[in-house]
Design a protein around this ligand. Structure first.
Ligand SMILES: Cc1cc2nc3c(=O)[nH]c(=O)nc-3n(C[C@H](O)[C@H](O)[C@H](O)COP(=O)(O)O)c2cc1C
Length: 341
């Protein structure tokens, strides 16, 4: 069914299949989650999403990772963000998932909550901005309201419910978003978590571990769970690959199969868009130190770089973002003439 044919002699490692739990990915190319700002005002998918994801599925991507979908209304980063806190939102995404499957792709979906980095814009005047603490991200950001411990517990449940919803519409892989300075990362990072109580710095990983356990429970034993984890805060006093290892081990025990090794975003001026980041090196560090399979979260310039990352043992999958925005058929173009069957 898929556009990319089975690997032939001399072909790229990138085109190897990979089985994780009960899901067989047709190749190692992941479409990186990329928010499209194209949802309707209620967070439902629109024809844009069918065309956008559908084109990359036709174009041979092995795992389409649907962009960050908010697990609660105040978790949307902006008024064009997708949500998955109700069944109607799931119904709107179902045709996207089905179409991608029909093209031979597998489908993942990222669950997130933008936390204090949300833009409370005119389209969403009623959504409050909430965070782990009452500290705004920067001088231009809204002042968040710190979530109570009880609200945090409810949010953990919301991740589980959204994950179950994703599975009901046919999603194969659920990814928990814990990077970019969004809510789960804000709780995790020593740079930002100054709240008192059980979800404070002493239990920095607690929310994320509880979320992953809830998601694992909701998706069942056959479905892979990925975590897009900030493994380098790109700032003094923050996480580094060598210090984040115990967090990765806790996540694995909670049911995480794969770490999508991201960086930065917790504090102002420390974003992976502000400076070059060796994502392949980060994935390698995590995979080597913990044995947990990894995804290179970005920075892949071409097929040779992707293949080298895989062949060298840095990672098991490569996420490709902007390259796929420029060329939806990039993955299909990797098939060498005469290769496969
Ligand atoms: C337009 C755009 C939207 C993005 N939205 C998300 C998102 O929803 N979730 C996420 O984890 N990362 C998001 N990212 C980051 C990408 O997933 C990826 O890590 C980043 O673009 C680096 O990969 P690249 O060098 O292949 O583009 C976004 C990036 C872009 C360019």
């Amino acid at each position: 069914m898929g556009v990319i044919r089975p690997r032939g002699k001399g072909d790229l490692v990138l085109l190897d299949r990979l089985t994780i739990r009960d899901v067989e990915l047709p190749n190692r190319v992941v479409m990186a989650p990329m928010s499209q700002r194209a949802a309707d005002p209620t967070g439902r998918a629109t024809p844009w999403h069918l065309v956008h994801y559908g084109a990359r599925a036709v174009g041979g991507v092995g795992l389409i990772m649907i962009e960050d979908c908010a697990v609660a209304p105040e978790g949307r980063g902006h008024s064009g963000a997708l949500g998955l806190w109700d069944d109607d939102q799931g119904d709107a995404l179902r045709p996207v998932v089905e179409f991608c499957h029909d093209q031979g792709a597998t489908v993942g979906l990222q669950l997130g909550h933008t936390g204090r980095k949300a833009f409370a814009d005119e389209a969403d005047p009623l959504d409050p901005v909430v965070g782990a603490t009452g500290e705004p991200f920067d001088a231009a950001s809204h002042e968040p309201r710190a979530l109570s411990d009880e609200e945090v517990r409810r949010l953990v449940g919301a991740y589980g419910q959204a994950a179950a919803r994703a599975r009901r519409i046919g999603v194969d892989v659920v990814e928990v978003h814990a990077s970019n300075g969004y809510l789960l990362h804000e709780f995790l990072s020593p740079l930002t978590n100054t709240r008192p109580g059980p979800y404070g710095p002493d239990g920095a990983e607690r929310v994320l571990v509880e979320v992953v356990a809830a998601v694992r429970d909701a998706v069942g034993p056959g479905a892979p769970v990925f975590v897009r984890l900030c493994v380098d805060d790109l700032a003094a006093g923050g996480w580094r690959p060598e210090t984040v290892t115990p967090v990765v081990e806790s996540l694995r025990r909670a049911g995480c199969d794969v770490v999508d090794a991201a960086a930065g975003g917790a504090v102002d001026g420390a974003s992976s868009f502000d400076r070059p980041v060796d994502f392949t090196g980060l994935a390698r560090e995590i995979r080597t130190r913990t044995g947990v399979p990894t995804v290179v979260a970005g920075g892949i310039a071409d097929a040779a770089a992707a293949d080298e990352a895989l062949a060298s043992g840095a990672c098991d999958l490569v996420a490709v973002g902007r390259l796929l925005l420029e060329n939806p058929y990039w993955a299909a173009s990797l098939v060498r003439p005469g290769a496969g069957t």
